[in-house]
Design a protein around this ligand. Structure first.
Ligand SMILES: Cc1cc2nc3c(=O)[nH]c(=O)nc-3n(C[C@H](O)[C@H](O)[C@H](O)COP(=O)(O)OP(=O)(O)OC[C@H]3O[C@@H](n4cnc5c(N)ncnc54)[C@H](O)[C@@H]3O)c2cc1C
Length: 409
């Protein structure tokens, strides 16, 4: 039984089914109620530094006072937020970054290899591209930081090259760039996340996996250190193994099973724009923290990270912040602020140390947990799903998961 039909839940169901399990997926909403469809679709081995890293606290505090800023923690006397903030602060250290780099790199690279396998399955066309991602910068100070990071990436074997503005322009002949330079992470890739979600769901249904939508899990029947049943409304689901995903809702779910799996939602926005000028590569506009991905014949722009409890309000100033940043990097792209109906929002499940939760519960024998992937859930979904299936089957693990223990807090 898999709880949650986001990309992590669907990937888990896929690999469990491939391993021979009978699988049911339960979802509180439908296949669009997740964070997994409207995101930037980037596959990012380049993100080997977790969100909890030195410098993030001071940047966060500076940006809190700018309504157009890309990163925002809504100050509130909310015990979950305070506890999350303290844990984040404790982990924002060089030591944590150094400990996380190799486990994250291995998980991303494993996931990318699984995406290559998935894309080769007939009918699974989710637009996988392996052109890498450009990290575009305009300021000297960003260049310094980004080039140092690229060196670390090269040291751990990732394919990253530092480019001048002219070299970057050669990669993008269809549109003008106004930048100081870039790092091209050739190890990265991109895809269309909504097509991925739809096609995974279709494959599951064609392969006898039941996906039950509008079925919110409310309780667990627990006895002798095991989940006997998952209860959603009047329905009682009995399962040998329960996989808890749940995205930004994971802490609430985990609490119902008596577990503490902390994370905060990190709200972000995206919208589609016409590809008036051909853009070849996805890019991160570093100073503005805006993501840009060519997708399904259009361009998807996305950004902002508002750390706050789940609320669905759209803040126009943050959308303006994204729109205004685009022509600073791509002078040919002067866009109007899209209407509210055209804006997608989703909640990144942000763990306090920036690492996902993947593993078996220590307290409940038959419970596996996969969540907290923050800004990297698409990138890490196949690897997470495959590891969940390996744990369920008792097989050897493809990559070590010690760093991702679900009950580490
Ligand atoms: C603007 C933006 C851009 C992003 N860009 C990228 C990117 O380029 N690359 C990348 O890798 N990641 C990106 N992300 C992050 C990525 O979208 C998430 O990490 C990922 O979607 C999380 O997947 P998930 O399956 O864990 O959670 P979700 O997709 O949120 O799915 C969880 C599901 O569980 C369901 N659920 C919750 N509680 C219950 C319950 N009690 N009962 C039943 N169902 C329940 C929810 O309804 C939901 O459908 C981006 C995010 C944003 C906001």
């Amino acid at each position: 039984m898999v709880i949650g039909a986001g990309v992590v839940g669907l990937s888990s169901a896929y690999y469990l089914r491939k391993a021979g399990f009978d699988v049911t997926v339960v979802e509180q909403g439908d296949l669009t109620s997740n964070c997994s469809s409207g995101n930037a679709g980037m596959l990012v081995p380049s993100h080997f530094v977790p969100l909890a890293a030195p410098g993030m606290i001071s940047k966060g505090i500076r940006w809190m006072f700018n309504s157009r800023s890309p990163f925002y923690v809504k100050p509130a006397l909310n015990p979950e937020l305070i506890s999350w903030g303290l844990k984040f602060w404790k982990h924002a250290s060089e030591k944590h970054v150094a400990h996380s780099a190799i486990p994250l790199r291995d998980l991303h690279l494993f996931s990318k290899s699984l995406y290559e396998e998935l894309a080769a399955i007939p009918g699974m066309d989710f637009g996988l591209e392996k052109k890498g991602i450009l990290m575009l910068f305009k300021k000297e100070s960003t260049a310094e930081e980004e080039i140092a990071l690229a060196k670390k990436a090269q040291e751990i074997g990732l394919d990253a090259v530092v480019l001048t503005a002219e070299e970057t322009q050669l990669l993008e002949p269809g549109t003008r760039l106004d930048i100081l330079g870039a790092v091209h992470y050739r190890c990265d890739g991109h895809l269309s996340p909504s097509r991925l979600v739809q096609q995974l769901a279709k494959w599951l249904e064609q392969n006898d996996v039941k996906i039950k939508t509008h079925c919110p899990v409310e309780h667990f029947d627990i006895a002798q250190g095991r989940i006997r049943a998952v209860i959603a409304g009047a329905t009682r689901f009995e399962a040998d193994t329960v996989v808890m995903t749940g995205g930004a809702w994971l802490p609430a779910l985990a609490r119902r099973a008596g577990l503490n799996v902390p994370l905060m939602p990190g709200k972000g926005y995206s919208f589609m724009a016409e590809a008036t000028h051909a853009i070849q590569h996805p890019a991160l506009l570093l100073e503005a923290k805006v993501a840009m991905t060519p997708m399904d014949g259009q361009i998807r722009f996305g950004g902002t990270m508002e750390i706050a409890p789940i609320q669905h309000q759209i803040h126009p100033k943050r959308i303006e912040g994204i729109v205004q940043a685009i022509p600073d990097y791509y002078p040919d792209y002067k866009l109007a602020v899209p209407p509210k109906e055209a804006i997608w929002h989703g909640f990144r499940p942000c763990s306090p140390d920036g690492l996902p939760y993947i593993g078996r519960s220590r307290k409940l024998d038959n419970l596996l947990i996969a969540g907290g992937h923050g800004m990297m859930g698409v990138s890490l979904a196949p690897a997470s799903g495959k590891l969940i299936a390996e744990l369920a089957s008792g097989d050897a693990l493809s990559v070590p998961i010690d760093a991702f223990a679900p009950e580490r807090f």
